[in-house]
Ligand binder design. Structure first.
Ligand SMILES: Nc1ncnc2c1ncn2[C@@H]1O[C@H](COP(=O)(O)OP(=O)(O)OP(=O)(O)O)[C@@H](O)[C@H]1O
Ligand SMILES: [Mg+2]
Length: 237
């Protein structure tokens, strides 16, 4: 993934096409189509998710769950259709403006975590906070790491972490700037029951605290049961 530009000029979500006073949907997708070359991966008439609500994205391996999250984060572009995130049509944003919008408003736990190998645990999380354009708050970072049972590992590089520890750093990084849309791609795949429960509780409490929408790709029954609704994707015929 291309690193977003560092900036303090925060791009706020722009409500568009809505009556004044009504809050835009966190996720508002219409007629979404996506292909890799000739292979159609996604074909979705409609998907919506309000702020304050949570949704599981489920479906067999290869059906396009990760692709869907990357589309919602504006990391890849749809072939057809419209994606609005927090009222902002992603098609209207390019380059730095898109990076800023993502950095401020979206927290994404990647399936392949994408921690920066040269940075320590704390630095990885601090960087996300800085890129969001918000205040750099080392105490918040330390608290989050503590809540994910990562106390004592702050100075380690990602290569010195277990898979489950690295997954929890990725969760801290996605939550540190209190985004209004939290997305997590199999966030508990490497976690034991205790740490999965801890991570799940933190995802929910972080969403509740700011009225964020929470979208989780998961096969994990521990996680599925805690989410408000489910979106089932299928491999297109
Ligand atoms: N960069 C790419 N180029 C070409 N095809 C790709 C690329 N990335 C993914 N695909 C294909 O697109 C389809 C959807 O992939 P995606 O990673 O979104 O699936 P997924 O539902 O997240 O699967 P999993 O549960 O295994 O993580 C798969 O058939 C995959 O092989
Ligand atoms: Mg995937």
């Amino acid at each position: 993934m291309q690193a977003p530009a560092i900036t303090t000029d925060v791009l706020k979500p722009q409500p568009t096409g809505l009556p004044s006073g009504s809050e835009p949907l966190a996720v508002d997708v219409t007629n979404l189509g996506f292909s890799y070359g000739d292979t159609t991966v996604l074909n979705m008439a409609r998907c919506e998710l309000q702020r304050g609500r949570s949704m599981a994205v489920i479906g067999p391996s290869g059906c396009g769950k990760t692709t869907f999250l990357h589309l919602l984060a504006g990391l890849i572009r749809p072939v057809t259709g419209t994606i609005r995130v927090l009222g902002q049509d992603l098609d209207e944003l390019q380059g730095t403006r898109l990076d800023r919008f993502r950095g401020r408003n979206i927290g994404l736990v990647f399936q392949r975590l994408h921690l920066l190998p040269a940075l320590s645990v704390t630095e990885n999380v601090l960087l996300a906070q800085r890129l969001s354009g918000g205040r750099v708050d080392a105490t918040r970072v330390a608290t989050l790491l503590e809540q994910l049972d990562l106390g004592g590992l702050e100075h380690r590089k990602p290569s010195m972490l277990s898979q489950g520890q690295a997954q929890r750093v990725a969760i801290a990084r996605a939550l540190v700037h209190s985004p209004a849309l939290i997305m997590a791609d199999e966030p508990t795949s490497a976690l034991d029951d205790e740490h999965a429960a801890q991570a799940l509780a933190l995802l929910h409490s972080s969403a509740r605290r700011v009225g964020a929408a929470l979208l989780v790709v998961t096969h994990d029954q521990r996680v599925r049961g805690s989410l408000d609704s489910e979106l089932e994707l299928r491999v297109p015929a």
